[in-house]
Design a protein around this ligand. Structure first.
Ligand code: SF4
Length: 488
């Protein structure tokens, strides 16, 4: 699909809205009108001294829809909003689809809700979501509930607070929907990379701790994510955790999460070692409790193994366990997903995170699957069931985000039993403090202590680059001190 951007600069919002309606189409932006074959949309703005005229003309699948609005002496923000509204009008008419999140294309609805509550109060913020952004009543309430659940965590955050993220980009095998740069640990290549990777990771942890000390930062939470950190042996994870504990000041650390991830990596020895090392929160992620779907997506474990791993972790004394579920997996049905939600609820997992499947171009699945609309409707029913059931069983939504190319433009929501919120998820998603990140694919996010300025430092994406370019990578870390001396 070609989208013409004529006389305005709102290409970002325009492209995002088109993707919302056509998540798997290629969107090509053009800045001068010309003849094209196939589907196209013209978005244009013409401005005289007092008046802007915003125009959208969509030619899709043989249907033509036009929408025009005038705005008098409008600001950039108003013009962008008005153009988005014109485009939204046309695309809802052509597709017959009304997105539950309305015009909201951003990835952090709760961050916006938090800001609006500060500016307009509770009712004003909800009204803005509903009336201006055309977000449905249910999704508005969801974003509002998330904002409420985060209030106390925001209050306890301090200007010097930060979290540590440790990236383990290795997995037992690769899932078909995955776009993450994770290496399957079964390949010889990955096996060779792992040992030097862990050595370098330990060095990076030590150097990062030095930056934290020199800048008087206060560690609030540690998160081992991936990939599947559970692929590490008990000795390997113990070594990395000890390196953290020996180098960072752990006095104020309130949470230590380790994503065990998949049931096929969980053993009693590993769980005992994590417990002994002071890990107080783990993830055991079923994604689904349907064995046929698990096989289809390339997971090498069964639903029964997930339940066993969960019971084992409970027996060992973990009282904060997260389970990830995904709505919209290939081969899954509404009934199958209902069973997955019911199973996670019956286990009384303290955290249940419900994701909507996002099909990135780099996943192997995207090439095979092209039944987007049917799957969208199914995923929406699944998410509705999850939201209703989890609320009924005493879970509260406490963090959320959206991804592009998500089935049905739906959301990912972390639910928990009250008091069992994962602090790291809130810190990171709402960007309320710095996250120092180590390992391949990790992104350090520096947040200015007294305003919302954010800067990122990117580590090398792949483990082999990380191992070979390690010295260059360490140089980039100097930015941490420069940043704090500028913004403190
Ligand atoms: S376990 Fe997670 S990170 Fe690893 S391949 Fe599967 S989806 Fe990707």
């Amino acid at each position: 699909m070609t989208v013409f951007i004529i006389g305005h600069r709102f290409h970002f919002e325009t492209e995002n809205l088109c993707r919302m309606f056509y998540p798997n189409s290629e969107v090509v932006l053009e800045y001068e009108l010309r003849e094209v074959s196939g589907d196209y949309i013209i978005t244009s703005m013409s401005t005289s001294s007092e008046l802007s005229v915003l125009n959208v003309e969509a030619h899709i699948g043989g249907i033509i829809e036009k929408s025009e609005r005038k705005a008098i002496a409008c600001s950039d923000d108003e013009a962008e909003y008005t153009l988005a509204l014109c485009l939204y009008d046309c695309l809802t008419r052509i597709t017959g689809y009304t997105p539950a999140w309305g015009l909201l294309t951003g990835v952090r609805p709760s961050k916006l809700m938090n800001r609006l509550i500060d500016e307009k109060g509770d009712e004003g913020a909800k009204e803005y979501f509903r009336e201006k952004l055309l977000v449905s009543q249910d999704k508005t309430q969801l974003a509002f509930d998330v904002a409420q659940a985060q209030k106390q965590i925001f209050k306890e955050n301090r200007p010097e607070s930060f979290s540590l993220y440790v990236s383990i980009p290795f997995c037992p095998s690769r899932c078909s929907y995955c776009s993450f740069v994770s290496h399957s640990i079964t390949s010889n290549n990955a096996k060779k990379l792992l040992v030097p990777y862990i050595e370098n990771l330990a060095k990076e942890i030590m150097i990062t701790a030095e930056y934290a000390r020199n800048n008087n930062l206060r560690l609030e939470s540690v998160y081992f994510g991936g990939g599947t950190p559970g692929v590490l042996s008990a000795e390997q994870s113990e070594f990395l955790i000890d390196t953290i504990k020996n180098n960072f000041d752990m006095t104020f650390c309130r949470e230590f999460t380790f994503e065990s991830g998949r049931a096929d990596t969980v053993t009693e020895e590993k769980l005992l070692s994590l417990k002994k090392s002071g890990v107080d929160r783990i993830s055991i992620n079923p994604q689904t409790f349907d064995n046929t779907v698990l096989e289809l997506i390339g997971r090498k474990h069964t639903a029964e193994q997930t339940v066993e791993a969960y019971r084992l972790a409970e027996k060992i004394g973990f009282d904060s366990i997260n389970m990830d579920l995904i709505a919209g997996l290939p081969g899954d049905t509404v009934e199958g997903f209902i069973n997955s939600v019911d199973t996670a609820v019956s286990l009384r997992a303290e955290n249940i995170t419900v994701h909507s499947l996002a099909l990135k171009r780099s996943s192997t699945l995207v090439a095979k699957e092209n039944t987007e609309l049917a799957r969208d409707m199914t995923a929406a029913k699944m998410i509705d069931y999850a939201n209703k059931t989890l609320s009924e069983h005493g879970y509260i939504p406490y963090y959320m985000y959206r991804q592009s190319r998500c089935v049905g433009n739906l959301e990912n929501v972390g639910w928990c039993l009250p008091g069992k919120e994962c602090l790291y998820n809130v810190y990171m998603m709402e960007e309320i403090h710095t996250v120092l990140a180590v390992g391949a694919g990790a992104v350090t996010k520096l947040k200015a202590p007294y305003d919302n300025h954010i800067e990122r430092i990117f580590n090398y994406k792949y483990p082999y680059e990380y191992n070979t370019g390690f010295d260059t990578l360490l140089e980039r870390k100097n930015r941490i001190s420069e940043f704090y001396s500028t913004y403190n």
